[in-house]
Design a protein around this ligand. Structure first.
Ligand SMILES: [Zn+2]
Length: 424
């Protein structure tokens, strides 16, 4: 997400605002009518919220939200577009496309000592260099995809979809704000949480935006590394509460009316074990690249086949594995995974909740927390909390966009306020 201050038609404070109300000018400060704060806390799922709570007095309204199947690369665009992956086109980071692969010569790197290149830090630095070379503005990470396998894949998130025009298909709330001349501020995801908080407060103090997207990504990493029950998680949530409360207090000083939302993309499950799926598949004697291609994400594997025999052998093998299940084409369609062109895989195998594929192309060690299991698993659900009543039709992360448009359509807000209260 790139910092974007869409300064669209700075408002004449003596004129009528978009909401049809004359803004009041006071001696020491100018209050704008209304601000909607959307605080995104990565992985602050419904179960985490149930256990730890979050600003319970300030945010008395809450709702469990179904997430999308897959990882943040599918869920975050779903929040911003208000649509499912089969509409906006974003799903997993890597997809089979040797013709367009930007990693065509990376197999040469596989000749170098893996001791060095398997280190996360080295890969992270390399990822940054590749992103720069290819002019990628989106989030780019090589993870642990073996260099010899990279030439089979292309990378989806080349553009920053937190900037208008960055989404593959449809539009984001930020595109919508630009179209509707609504001034907003979106955090810069490359900055630290501390900086993001200060930057948001600074813009809020100017009093001209109608929405800010406060992006707080660090809880996700902490729970991946420590699990959901480590005391550090409780301390982190306490710290987040203080920061969000502080942002809210700042907003109250500069706006008459502040709607505060805390939203998330998915939950987090504690890892209970792992399974070496790569070894199991490699033991079948098939040749990667000639018979099949596989992408091993941390909780699922995706396969493409070069011949029917390989398809049969791998399918038979997967059907025997008790630690996970093949996801049928019908279920992929029901979960709105883009699957018509088989770009993201011909066959999907999903691990049972709590189990990791290890090693995988996403990591080489077992970590205590993971998401990316079945959306119906209790650990998977996301959450929305607010100081405003939440309408009964808000049940999925794809519904968050509706609340944003509602908040930003002031006339609509006044008309429907009564209905909303009744529905909650
Ligand atoms: Zn995560």
């Amino acid at each position: 997400m790139t910092s974007l201050r869409a300064s669209l038609g700075s408002m004449d404070l003596n004129e009528k605002s978009n909401c049809g109300l004359t803004l009041k000018k006071t001696a020491d400060k100018v209050k704008s009518k209304k601000l909607a704060i959307y605080t995104f806390i990565d992985a602050f799922g419904w179960e985490i919220y149930q256990q730890y709570g979050f600003l319970n007095k300030l945010l008395p309204h809450s709702r469990k939200l179904e997430t999308t199947f897959g990882f943040s690369s599918a869920a975050d665009p779903s929040i911003l577009t208000g649509r499912y992956p089969d509409e906006h086109g974003h799903w997993s980071s890597f997809y089979y496309s040797p013709e367009t692969s930007p990693f065509k010569h990376f197999n040469l790197l596989s000749l170098l000592p893996s001791r060095l290149f398997d280190r996360w830090r080295v890969r992270h630095i390399l990822s940054k260099a590749i992103a720069k070379m290819n002019h990628y503005t989106g989030y780019f990470e090589l993870y642990s995809v073996p260099f010899a396998k990279l030439p089979f894949f292309d990378y989806l998130e080349k553009h920053d979809y937190f900037v208008p025009g960055g989404i593959l298909k449809t539009d984001t709330i930020f595109d919508w704000c630009v179209t509707n001349n609504i001034d907003y501020y979106c955090s810069n995801w490359r900055h630290t949480e501390e900086s993001i908080i200060e930057e948001n407060k600074k813009v809020i103090r100017e009093g001209s935006i109608k929405m800010n997207y406060l992006y707080l990504p660090k809880l996700d990493g902490l729970m991946h590394n420590e699990g959901t029950q480590n005391p550090k998680v409780k301390a982190k949530i306490k710290w987040l509460e203080q920061q969000v409360n502080d942002v809210y207090d700042t907003a109250r000083m500069h706006y008459d009316d502040v709607s505060l939302y805390v939203i998330s993309d998915h939950g987090m499950a504690d890892v209970t074990g792992s399974f070496d799926l790569i070894k199991q598949i490699e033991n079948l004697g098939l040749i990667y690249g000639e018979d099949y291609i596989a992408m091993y994400d941390s909780t699922m594997a995706r396969f493409w086949f070069k011949n029917e025999s390989a398809r049969q052998i791998i399918t038979n093998e997967l059907e025997e594995i008790e630690q996970g299940e093949i996801v049928s084409d019908e279920e992929l369609a029901a979960m709105h995974v883009p699957h018509d062109d088989k770009k993201f895989g011909e066959l999907f195998f999903l691990m049972n909740v709590g189990l990791l594929i290890n090693p995988s192309y996403m990591g080489l060690s077992v970590i205590p927390g993971m998401h990316g299991y079945h959306p119906k698993d209790p650990h998977s659900y996301a959450s929305i909390l607010s100081n405003r009543p939440i309408s009964v039709d808000i049940n999925s992360i794809t519904d968050i966009r509706k609340t944003m448009e509602f908040e930003l359509s002031c006339d609509l807000h006044v008309e429907n306020d009564h209905d909303l209260n009744r529905n909650d």
